[in-house]
Design a binder for this molecule. Structure first.
Ligand code: COA
Length: 292
């Protein structure tokens, strides 16, 4: 059946979220990875993610349809002069028929004229092939995971405090310096689902987001502050129920993050790569899978 790629609408969100869930479950199984658990909270978080993109990045939000069925989707954002791919999925029953390529091409039309672009890739060979062919450079990434050895945690740091959406301006100034683009509206939704930490030391600034042991993002103008923030994330126990911490999206540029991970006795393993166009990975930046 013919496939059409068109802008995503609000009434596509539930079906698009289901395709995302099925595609990543099949990918985890295919790669022999533990399947990411699904909960009512994670489903709602993904639906809100889709709606956030439709509201703020309509030109980066696409679906592929076959008849009445949604068979794939892509979400991309554009902040200042940076473009980022948040999601690219095709339902397993429809993969390897060129749909992913069409969706990526549509979302890349939203990158016209930007200076830099980032894609956090899965290990799916088709995804990596398309990103490389679209002119992106590949940087291998590691993930660190496990139970933090709490005896390794440094003493509480007075330069780090809990943040809130009121710190968005500070965080935006960090991001402009570190990655050349502010997050703008993404701080609102990130604060709804995570704990934010902010660090300030003389002229240096940084911030981090953490959710249930998962380090969502870290950005700082200075490596020592980035390190402090990452330690604070590992000290964070959520509602007291966190057994595992995860630091994703670490490249060779972020040795400071590798140092923290191994000091805390987390295990390192290879992970899908990050692709950049227009620059190399910023040193004091761990990007977020959803909002980059
Ligand atoms: C990755 C994904 C979106 C690709 O979509 P798709 O419709 O299956 O892929 P396409 O048919 O467009 O193929 C993409 C490229 O991979 C190539 N390809 C197809 N099968 C392949 C295989 N087994 N190995 C390597 N390359 C392959 C295609 O030839 C095509 O390259 P070309 O356009 O240069 O010829 C889709 O497979 C998917 O949802 N995977 C699981 C979720 C995921 O990993 N998403 C990416 C997140 S970053």
């Amino acid at each position: 059946m013919d496939v059409t790629v068109r802008p995503m609408r609000d009434d596509d969100v539930d079906a698009a979220q289901q395709v995302q869930e099925v595609a990543f479950r099949e990918l985890d199984q295919r790669l022999g990875e533990p399947v990411t658990p699904v909960s009512p909270e994670s489903v709602e978080r993904q639906r809100r993610r889709h709606r956030h993109f439709i509201a703020h990045d309509p030109a980066g939000s696409w679906v592929a349809t076959s008849g009445d069925e949604i068979v794939g989707s892509a979400l991309a954002l554009r902040r200042d002069s940076m473009w980022g791919l948040s999601l690219l999925v095709v339902h397993p029953d429809h993969q390897s028929r060129g749909i992913g390529r069409q969706l990526l091409d549509a979302s890349l039309s939203y990158a016209d004229g930007v200076g830099t672009a980032i894609i956090l890739s899965s290990s799916d060979a088709r995804a990596m092939r398309r990103y490389a062919r679209a002119g992106f450079a590949l940087f291998p990434q590691m993930m660190a995971t496990g139970a933090v050895d709490r005896t390794t945690l440094p003493a509480a740091d007075r330069r780090v405090r809990v943040g809130s959406v009121a710190d968005a301006e500070l965080a935006d100034s960090v991001d402009r310096q570190v990655r050349g683009a502010a997050r703008g509206p993404d701080h609102g939704i990130l604060n709804d689902f995570t704990t934010m930490y902010v660090a300030e030391d003389a002229a240096d600034r940084g911030y981090a987001y953490i959710r249930n042991g998962h380090v969502v993002s870290v950005a700082a103008t200075d490596e020592e502050l980035a390190t402090r923030l990452l330690w604070q994330c590992l000290a964070d126990e959520g509602q007291g129920s966190v057994e595992q911490h995860t630091i994703s999206h670490v490249t060779g540029e972020q040795q400071w993050a590798i140092d923290v991970a191994v000091a805390a006795r987390l295990s390192l393993k290879p992970w899908g790569p990050v692709f950049w166009r227009g620059r190399t990975p910023p040193r004091c930046y761990l990007p977020d899978g959803a909002y980059l």
